[in-house]
Design a protein around this ligand. Structure first.
Ligand SMILES: *Cc1c(COP(=O)(O)O)cnc(C)c1O
Length: 338
């Protein structure tokens, strides 16, 4: 199955989405380079339109639809950033868009998606549960479901990040990528390994509910509980009927690691005070992997900053040094919506 996506698909995706997404800067980090004794660069994808890379995959997927399918509209399930990207891409292409999401999605993200012109449906306590609602509407209305990660055009769209990184840093040796459902790292790993198999690709998840890592350990896709975490964009399952990302990650990703909530908070603080960037928890885990020395960089190393969509009141508490524990703040299971 994973052989279905090639570097050519990723190159075509780049042409297809050109002018509709930003090509984001690769920036040398003096602070992380001196902390690690290596040359460390940061891919500023948090500066992407809609605040995350999800716009790349969504734009590529919608542009790849037939005009008939585009007329009936698109529908997706999302922990936030996919919905935002899909809604924005759909609006750019005058396409109807419905987004279903779980109750754990922070309110700032819900409003952001609504602001992009999508119709919102809130249902269930996990991405997999919200998916069932989507399936029903696909059946009834003939809309096209575009998933956040397990889709060839989405993976190819995310893979365009690798082409940009390799252009800016041809001697790249290690790339560190936030990991949830694996669409981002699958696209990047496919592109990197086909250009140079020696490039190391490392995935980083949070300890709380790392669905892909649990699945790799089990040897097959498994379900995990979705728990409140600072890396909320990394929540959700990989889907028991996973078609692409599990195989691609298993074959092409060299190493996966996890971070604690305190380590994610430290990474958000580093991003702010040292790099002067506002990064959401999920987007900062590459920095955390370096600061904790859980990843040993080989050669010039890029940490991908994947998104900026954090609740700013929460961000302020973290950068002011507060020891935020979202699980302790949970009352009736509504931790991050407060
Ligand atoms: C979706 C997302 C990820 C994880 O991407 P996957 O393709 O699901 O692995 C990482 N960071 C941010 C900011 C995201 O929105």
């Amino acid at each position: 199955m994973s052989d279905a996506i090639t570097i050519d698909d990723i190159r075509q995706a780049r042409q297809r989405i050109a002018g509709m997404i930003r090509e984001t800067p690769l920036v040398h980090s003096a602070a992380l380079s001196s902390a690690t004794g290596r040359e460390i660069y940061l891919k500023y994808e948090h500066l992407q339109i809609t605040g995350s890379f999800k716009l790349r995959g969504a734009t590529n997927a919608i542009r790849s639809l037939s005009s008939d399918a585009r007329e009936k509209g698109v529908i997706g399930v999302s922990t936030g950033n996919h919905g935002r990207g899909l809604a924005h891409a759909a609006q750019q292409m005058d396409t109807r868009c419905i987004i279903c999401m779980s109750e754990l999605v922070p309110s700032n993200k819900v409003e952001a998606i609504r602001g992009e012109g999508a119709e919102i449906v809130i249902t269930g306590r996990s991405q997999d549960e919200a998916q069932k609602e989507v399936d029903r509407r696909v059946e009834e209305d003939g809309m096209t479901m575009l998933p956040p990660f397990d889709h060839a055009d989405v993976i190819a769209g995310q893979g365009t990040l690798a082409l940009e990184m390799l252009e800016d840093l041809p001697e790249l040796g290690t790339v560190i990528v936030p990991l949830s459902g694996g669409g981002l790292i699958a696209g990047i790993a496919l592109a990197m390994k086909s250009v140079n198999p020696d490039i190391r690709v490392v995935g980083v998840s949070m300890e709380r509910g790392a669905a892909m890592i649990e699945s790799l350990r089990a040897g097959k896709p498994v379900e995990v509980a979705e728990l409140p975490t600072l890396a909320d964009s990394l929540g959700g399952g990989i889907g028991l009927a996973n078609r692409y990302t599990f195989d691609i990650v298993k074959r092409h990703v060299d190493e996966v690691i996890t971070l604690t909530e305190a380590e994610i908070a430290d990474a958000i603080r580093h991003a702010y005070w040292q790099e002067r960037q506002v990064i959401e928890g999920s987007g900062s885990v590459g920095i955390g992997a370096l600061l904790t020395e859980k990843v040993r960089p080989q050669g010039p190393t890029v940490a991908l900053l994947s998104g900026c969509n954090i609740d700013m009141a929460l961000h302020k508490r973290i950068i002011d040094g507060e020891n935020v524990d979202l699980e302790a703040e949970t009352t009736g299971g509504d931790a991050v919506n407060a």
